[in-house]
Design a protein around this ligand. Structure first.
Ligand code: ZN
Length: 472
């Protein structure tokens, strides 16, 4: 223990924020380094102010859009710099940021125990999977929930809910655990929930950044990144799509949004990428905190998805149910590059969201009494996605002589007026399935691939999903 404490002292000066080491989970008393401040930056023009702030790559803890301010964790020197640059900046002593997490929030070991318990209680409905290992060798767990969870059925759409890219954001795992509990304990009792579990394959990964979370409990309550070196890499700036391209991350190791030395350099990033490649979710929610936002791709300034009529409108629906602000990262916060949702969308046309639960008054680690209202509120969003899987869209299976075709593209054109124009291209799943969420309308599908002759079909999508199978 002494050795690790000495090692820690050696690296404390590198941290923008650090607490003295403590060995137990009970983080009742935390100490801030004397030079660390939590400041409120008040904007007149929110968007312009956030843009300027983001150029500095400081540790932006969260924002309050309605009241036009950001909370930032800074050193005294950084505080002076903000003042000198003309920012309206004042020191806040936010107790929620200083106190450290309530001991009822979860450690990586507790997550493992809870998931194992759920699996033992519901062996038929769940599959517990170690989806990979962290940099320090910790298991990263996901629980699949479905009728006969051990059997994959290609015609069933897949959904992924994951928590905690960022270690200090301890409410994410709680929302994910609530999804699991709600689905399993109401299966067979509630018709909607029973249907969702029967008709879909629902994957939940409550705690992604297990190493970082261990640091939150043992060294630094405000740790955000993974456990690389003594600095950490921001996993959510490490994904290979548009990595490091739009000033939406930092190349500096000590920055809280350090993107890493190369795209997908971190084992955790690869764990998520492999999981998404394997399961091919239709929807994803990555839970973060705080700021009360629903964020959809793309992350770089001015960029939008091709099928914004679906992706953005569902995001806005979730936003209005939660009373959270919905938008792209560059609309609500600042540009983000190397984030998970852009990669999921671009690589596999997942419809992915980041939901930032809780408000600036809650902070990263609110009193545990906030858990109940937060998870209850957030049920509205993930349940909307599960409901939407029965709504407008096309799904189907591509076979050749009875065998699944594993490599194909579905090019989709949409009829606007009397003309078809390019809408999006969906990469087919390895099991021969495809699942595309669309709004009602007339579409033209073109199937292509290295082993198939190009095939086309017109289809009218109505308010419930259609099934179009191709046997080539
Ligand atoms: Zn986060």
């Amino acid at each position: 223990m002494i050795r690790s404490n000495l090692a820690l002292l050696g690296v404390l000066s590198f941290f923008s924020f650090a607490a003295f080491s403590h060995q137990t989970k009970k983080a009742d008393t935390q100490f801030l380094m004397p030079s660390t401040l939590i400041v409120k930056v008040q904007f007149k023009n929110y968007k312009l102010g956030m843009w300027k702030l983001n150029q500095l790559h400081l540790d932006v803890a969260g924002i309050d859009i309605k009241n036009k301010f950001a909370e930032v964790i800074v050193s005294e020197a950084e505080f002076k710099k903000l003042e000198n640059m003309g920012f309206d900046v004042s020191v806040t002593m936010s107790k929620s940021l200083m106190r450290g997490p309530d001991s009822q929030y979860k450690t990586p070991a507790e997550i493992e125990t809870i998931l194992t318990d759920f699996h033992n209680r519901y062996p038929e409905l769940t599959q517990l999977k170690e989806v990979g290992k962290s940099l320090q060798g910790r298991s990263i767990w996901a629980l699949k929930i479905s009728e006969h969870a051990n059997t994959h059925v290609a015609t069933k759409p897949v959904v992924l809910f994951n928590g905690m890219h960022h270690a200090r954001e301890v409410m994410g795992p709680e929302v994910a655990l609530d999804i699991i509990e709600t689905l399993l304990t109401n299966y067979g009792k509630d018709n909607k929930i029973t249907h969702w579990v029967d008709a879909n394959e629902i994957w939940v990964m409550p705690m992604f950044n297990v190493d970082g979370n261990n640091l939150v409990w043992t060294q630094d309550t405000m740790w955000r990144k993974n456990a690389r070196g003594n600095y950490g890499v921001d996993i959510n700036r490490n994904y290979p799509y548009a990595w490091g391209t739009c000033n939406g991350s930092s190349g500096s190791k000590n920055a809280q949004d350090y993107r890493g030395p190369s795209a997908a350099s971190e084992p955790e990033t690869n764990v998520m990428m492999n999981l998404v490649k394997d399961i091919r979710p239709v929807f994803d929610i990555s839970y973060h905190s705080y700021s009360e936002l629903v964020i959809y791709p793309m992350g770089c300034n001015g960029k939008r998805v091709q099928n914004a009529d679906v992706v953005e409108s569902i995001g806005k629906q979730m936003g209005s149910l939660l009373k959270y602000t919905a938008g792209t990262a560059w609309e609500t916060l600042y540009s983000v590059d190397g984030g998970d949702i852009d990669w999921m969308y671009s690589e596999y046309q997942v419809i992915p969201y980041v939901i930032e639960v809780n408000s600036a008054s809650d902070g990263f680690q609110p009193d545990y009494s906030k858990r109940g209202p937060t998870v209850e509120l957030n049920r509205k969003a993930w349940q909307l996605l599960l409901d939407r899987l029965d709504g407008a869209g096309i799904r189907g299976h591509v076979t050749s002589k009875g065998e699944a075709v594993s490599d194909f593209l579905v090019k989709i054109q949409k009829k606007i007026g009397s003309q078809y124009s390019d809408y999006m291209t969906y990469r087919g799943n390895a099991d021969g399935s495809y699942h595309v969420v669309l709004n009602p309308g007339e579409y033209h599908l073109t199937l292509s691939g290295p082993s198939i002759q190009t095939t086309a079909q017109e289809i009218i999508v109505e308010k419930n999903r259609s099934e179009v199978n191709f046997d080539l």
